[in-house]
Design a protein around this ligand. Structure first.
Ligand code: FAD
Length: 320
């Protein structure tokens, strides 16, 4: 009979992603409530040594699929290997980070196992030993409680929603014999963008600019973001204008962010934008139009010229 909680943890050049640690800690909470074990699954190349770190966050068992063929994320081989691990270990629920890779991997594995998947979940509870996921719908206008069909129940966790707590337990580490199965796509070349900046989806502070930025004035947002150790985001109009790369786009067709503070500068607040920020802790908007839609979702509204307001905020923070 299926039992226990499994968490798929993403390991990169800088160690585990923050969202993976959040998912592991949430998995531990659920496993403890069920009186069952937490298994962490790590896929990649040369990840075995680093994987042991997950014991610090409560993993009772760590399964490592360590193989040169898994060096870079590719949906097909990763999904084949992960599906095989889940079929063998039979957890009753599986969590992963709602990252681009996590969402693609989760969808493929859920399809292979013919089970349900809830994406971008912001919380979980248990009902009669089954997972109930909370997730925002319609751009955050509805908060739904989702019953995920099948076993294992699969869900991805939205970044910055769960607490990371150390909770070291004795751990058993095992290696899974990797068989990537039939893979139809060959990775020919990889261009990795190395950045010292914090990833937008995991940032505690996101400073975003829209068409009101009026050109390449994002330096003032960069300065404030750097000061706070945060990241810069953008509306689609700012991206379409070529002022920021698409990887910075926040919203329905961009990234979903859940920072402690979201500062929207010169962004009108179209629903396609606010769909990506509804789970932010505090939203502050700066817009010179008092009727801007963004003020309907903002906790603090500053009706003024952003080119006056942003440097003034930066100056005040520097002075602290
Ligand atoms: P605008 O709507 O032009 O707003 C600019 C704002 O800046 C105005 O409110 C103005 O008052 C203010 N402003 C101007 N100058 C200043 C100043 N000096 N100081 C202060 N304020 C100033 N959009 C997204 O952002 N993300 C998405 O993922 C996304 N996906 C989409 C998907 C679909 C299918 C569609 C149809 C649209 C999508 N959009 C998305 C586009 C969205 O509908 C809006 O067009 C877009 O968000 C508007 O961008 P903006 O707020 O920067 O520009």
């Amino acid at each position: 009979m299926a039992q226990g909680v499994a968490v798929i943890a993403e390991y990169g050049n800088d160690g585990f992603r923050k969202i993976s640690l959040e998912a592991v800690c949430e998995g531990k909470r659920l496993a403890s409530e069920l009186g069952q074990n937490l298994t962490a699954v790590v896929l990649g190349a040369e990840v075995a040594e680093g994987a042991a770190e997950l014991a610090k966050y409560g993993a009772d068992r760590i399964i490592v699929a360590d193989d040169a063929q898994l060096k870079s994320f590719q949906a097909e081989p990763y999904a084949n290997v992960l599906a095989a691990i889940l079929q063998e270990t039979e957890p009753s629920m599986v969590l992963m980070g709602a990252t681009a890779n996590g969402i693609e991997l989760g969808a493929r594995v859920a399809a292979k196992l013919q089970v349900g998947l809830a994406n971008e979940c912001t919380g979980f509870s248990l009902e009669n030993g089954r997972l109930v996921a909370t997730r925002p719908l319609y751009g955050g206008r509805v908060i739904a409680e989702v019953d995920i069909e099948g076993t294992p129940q699969m869900a991805s966790v939205r970044p910055n929603m769960m607490k990371i707590e150390e909770n070291e337990v004795p751990v058993e580490i095992s290696r899974f014999a990797v068989d990537t199965g039939e893979v139809k796509v060959e990775l020919l070349e990889e261009n990795v963008v190395v950045s010292s900046k914090v990833e937008l989806t995991e940032a505690d502070y996101v400073i975003s600019g829209g068409r009101g930025m009026n050109g390449d004035d994002f330096a003032i947002l960069e300065e404030l973001a750097d000061l706070l150790g945060g990241a810069v985001g953008a509306s689609r109009n700012a991206v379409d204008a070529g002022w920021r790369p698409h990887s910075d786009q926040v919203g329905q067709t961009g990234k979903v962010v859940s920072p402690k503070l979201y500062l929207a500068c010169g962004i009108s607040g179209a629903m396609q934008h606010t769909a990506g920020i509804s789970t932010s802790n505090t939203i502050v908007a700066v817009n010179n139009d008092p009727d801007a839609l963004i003020f309907r979702v903002a906790d603090y509204c500053i009706v003024d010229d952003l080119f006056e307001v942003v440097p003034a905020i930066t100056k005040e923070i520097r002075a602290i």
